[in-house]
Design a binder for this molecule. Structure first.
Ligand SMILES: [Zn+2]
Length: 112
């Protein structure tokens, strides 16, 4: 069956064309393909989400210490201003992780 929207030949059992044309309702729907593409993009964004932290972890013990210092300063500054930031403790844990990971792997200031 040929898609009236994009002309792609689809199997008779296809419910929806790759372009998003729905053969049952004869309307445009979200394509299954872009959803996969979107998932890929989201996966890429996920890996980029903690990019600064990952860079910090790669910086080993020094990166870990820097993250801990930032977390402490941030947290204390927030505490002094009467604001509780939820992120500094997380950053602190990431910093500790990076520090000990660096310690265990002998990574002082960056992976070789
Ligand atoms: Zn189509």
């Amino acid at each position: 069956m040929k898609c009236p929207n994009c002309g792609l030949i689809n199997p008779e059992s296809a419910l929806r064309c790759d372009c998003g044309f729905d053969f049952q309702s004869k309307t445009m729907k979200d394509s299954y393909l872009p959803i996969k593409e979107q998932e890929k993009l989201i996966a890429q964004q996920d890996s980029g989400f903690f990019a600064p932290e990952k860079k910090g972890i790669q910086k080993g013990m020094v990166g870990g210490m820097i993250m801990i210092v930032i977390a402490v300063v941030w947290f204390v500054a927030g505490y002094a201003a009467g604001i509780f930031f939820y992120y500094p403790p997380i950053l602190m844990l990431i910093g500790l992780y990076a520090f000990f990971k660096g310690l265990l792997t002998g990574n002082v200031s960056g992976e070789k």
